[in-house]
Structures are given as structure tokens and as C-alpha cells.
Design a protein around this ligand. Sequence first.
Ligand code: PLP
Length: 347
Amino acid sequence: MIDLRSDTVTRPSRAMRDAMVHAPVGDDVYGEDPTVNRLQELAAALLGKAGALYVPSGTMANQVSIRVHTQPGREVIVESAAHIVRYEQGAAAALAGVQLHWVSGKRGLMTPEAIEAAIRPKDPHSIQTALICIENTHNSGGGSIYPLETIARIRALAQQHGIPMHLDGARLFNAVVATGVPASDYAKHFETVSVCLSKGLGAPVGSLIATNDEHLLQGLRRYRRMYGGAMRQAGIVAAAGIFALEHNIARLKEDHDRAQRLARILCAIPSVSLEPAHVETNIIIFEIHDARRTSSEIVASLKEAGVLINAIGGHRFRAVTHLDIEEHDIEEAGRIFTAVLNSPSNV
Ligand SMILES: *Cc1c(COP(=O)(O)O)cnc(C)c1O
């Protein structure tokens, strides 16, 4: 089966598992797990921040960050299709007590003008804007990348209004590899930056939040505890994270090249609509217009032929390249897409 549903489906390699087996460990709630500490230092250095905190998931990374920057009754500006909006079970409202102010972006990217319009006035009637969240790359936007220049303009606005910024950088390293912009150049515009180890980087578990502010870091650690994410001998999984950061960043370029190759194959299928130039990293969002089949029937036919993808609503589908997808898998997937999508529905 060629599994293109997500870059979360990767399994730890032999070498990564070896690193896990041999990791020295301690109790991380006491701050005594040497492997967790090493992972946090490595991530902080990569992101150009003073410190970082290891958390079990990207969702927790976003949620403890939102919690630390806000108070109940405040508002958070976020893109309307962001992970924070769609895939975190309403945690910002349920756990931090904040209201999300959705700003629509083109392929997930908000303009500084739209953000400026969403910042609330500081009058006594108005709810107060407490935080701006940006997602880079943007998952539902099709792995789209914020130009650094746009981020800098948003930052200038935020500073003018005294509003902190959080970066949901679950796939920040995809943006880094695609643009050549160092991670720290993106990160410097944000008070908190989260990155996922369990997406394209191939670790089984874990995310990190980096910050320059020791006070914020203490707050993040307390909320991690509150949210149930403080772990003990977490070095076993942190070791996989170190391995991921040391070995699997540069190779993301292969995922991008393969996504581009697959996009070009898909483009040639008459029922598919897709702009290959919109495939900036490892995520391909495309439409299939096939009056004979529903989207779940299309997914089922592809599965039967050996390819897994996700239907994401309407005529839209998502395919994602990752560590466990080789060049020959792309060629094979291309043949399967072409055969299945060009065939009548009853075969
Ligand atoms: C995957 C993802 C996350 C975190 O997801 P978890 O499953 O909680 O690790 C956060 N933000 C974005 C943009 C993501 O794609």
C-alpha cells in the first residue's frame, strides 16, 4: 500500500530505534532526563531561541502556547482553516477560554491588511486581541509557505499593537528546506514557535515549543503539566526526536521533489484540477471532478488499487509525500491514479 494520507504515518527507522534503545534517561519532571534536555537544547539552537520544551503532540504545543499568552475572554487571531481551528477539538475555547477570530487567507496565508482589520480597538466595549497565530507551512492551504517579508510585516503590526505572536511550525522545516531561509529567521518574529517531530521528520512522537523568554518557558512547563503532558523517562522518545533533527531535515527536499513529480502526473489526468505551482512543499491538494463517483468511492477505488489518500471535503483530496515514500512509489502511485481516474466507475 502506498500511503499518501499524511506525513504522520512514517514509522521509525532501524537507526532511529537503535538511538531510542540506547538513550540515557531520567525523570523529566525533575528536569533530569539528559536526552530530553539535549533535544530541547538542539531545538532551541536550531530555532535561534534561548530554550525549548518537549511536549507529546503538536496540538499540545499550540494549546499550552495559546494558554500562556492569553486570559479567558480574550481573542486570538488565526487563519480560518488553521489546525488550531479545525483539528484541535475546540481546545482554545474549552481550555484557555478564548475566542478565535478567524481571518481567511489565500491557501491559508493571511495578509497583514486582513490581520490589521481583525485587531480589536482598545476601547472598553471591545473584546481584546491577545495573540496572533500563524501556521507555516499551512496544512489545509496545501503546504503553502509564508513569505518571510509577509511575516515581518505582520510582526511590525503586532508590535505596534503590543500583541505577541505564536508560530504553529508543525512543518516549519519544510518551509526552511523549500526556501533556504534559516529556521531562526522565521522564528525571530515570534514569542513562541512550535515544531513537530512526528510529521515529515519521522519521529514516532513529540513536538517542541521554543522561546527566548524564561518566564514564558516556565509558564509553558506549568501548563504542560496542567494539560497532562509532563512525562517521566521521555528520553526514550526524545532520542527519536534528536535523530530526526540530526538526520531528517535536509532530506525533506526529496519529499518536495516527489510531491512535484506526483502533481505533474495528476495534472495530466482530465478529471483532476491542480496547479503544480501551488505545490510548494510535500502536500498536494487537488480536485477530482467525476460525476460518476462520490469522493468516498474514489478513495475506495484508489485504496483497492493500492494508494491511500484523504478526501477533505467537496471535490477536494489531499496527498502527502514523506520519509517512507520512495521515487518508485510515486511512479507506481501515478500509474494507479491514472488508471483508476480514467476508468469507468464500474470496474
Ligand atoms: C499535525 C499538525 C499539528 C499537530 O498535530 P498533532 O497530531 O497534535 O501532533 C499542528 N499544526 C499543524 C499545522 C499540523 O499539521
